[in-house]
Design a protein around this ligand. Sequence first.
Ligand SMILES: Nc1ncnc2c1ncn2[C@@H]1O[C@H](COP(=O)(O)OP(=O)(O)O)[C@@H](O)[C@H]1O
Ligand SMILES: [Mg+2]
Length: 354
Amino acid sequence: MPLGWFRAENFRCLAAVELELDPRANLFVGPNASGKTSILEAAFFLGRGRSFRSRRREVLVRHGQQEFLLAGRSEADPAPMTMGVRASREQTEWRLGGAPAEGVADLAEQFPAQVIDPEVHKLLEEGPGRRRRFMDWGVFHVEPTFLSNWRRYHQALRQRNAALKQGRGDEDLAAWEQELAVSGEELARQRDSYLARLAGPLGSIGAALLDRPITVVHGAGWDRQSGLLASLQEGRARDRRYKATQLGPHRGDVTIQVAGRPAKDQVSRGQQKLVASALMLAQLAIQEQQRPGRSALLLDDPAAELDRENLARLMAAVQSLPAQLWVTSLRADIPGLPAASRMFHVEQGAVRRG
Ligand SMILES: Nc1ncnc2c1ncn2[C@@H]1O[C@H](COP(=O)(O)OP(=O)(O)O)[C@@H](O)[C@H]1O
Ligand SMILES: [Mg+2]
């Protein structure tokens, strides 16, 4: 199972919370502003190195404190593995198996956390940044070379953009274009093959949630007919005007369609939540195929935006996956939650077993 034990200190309103978790389902019940979402946010941070609510580190540290501390013990095979992070406004230290870790990427493989929260519909509504992050998180788990390739691409991109800002000549741009083209074409290929793999679970989960097929189409970020190298060369004059590289996988996107039409144009907010949730669940299904027994699904206030029938559908789809569940709710009776879920009461930043 993913986490058997979890501890958070000085994270948001949580002074010191310690949890013995159920391998299958954990329910956090409490009134508004009691700290339920903060618990999921803390777990997410341990596995992902960021919050799903804010980009600003300082809001995560408990008021009046200097740093927060998160720790967990994964019970996944072959042996239990401890992990932790200590983070202040300026500094972050990761630990894995009792030793310093290089970064969150090491922990992300041990504890891949996926979240479905009331903002999940933004995956459809907002700009491409979220969808790129979604896609790349998935690719990261299935392609061992993804991270180094991604870094290589972004390093070259920064260099070419710096050259553009400085008004350098073609020779200086060409020096980075070769590198950008090689790593960028590879990134797009890896995204292609990930999205092709996603299609399977997305098809079945989409059908269960919406009765209609959900499909994804990869937009690479440049015209695939002409290669990336040629596109960069042809785009130099325009890029000089913008002082930044306008084409490439850093401009990639995923078009999400329901029954063949763009999802964001046609579905209600509740349906948007189901579509975005289907994407998250399909991604989690692939993560679990790749490294079984590690994934956690953080389900924050699943009842928000959903009527009873759709909530029941979502919970049924969630339960068909083997992930550990962390569910928050104002009320204890969530239709479709396993009867044997472990219950925690959350009040004013403190937690007790129910
Ligand atoms: N850095 C912080 N330090 C202390 N309290 C915080 C911090 N950030 C947020 N809070 C408080 O935490 C409380 C709980 O928030 P939240 O986890 O969203 O509750 P819930 O999900 O139960 O509604 C809120 O009252 C908020 O004001
Ligand atoms: Mg909340």
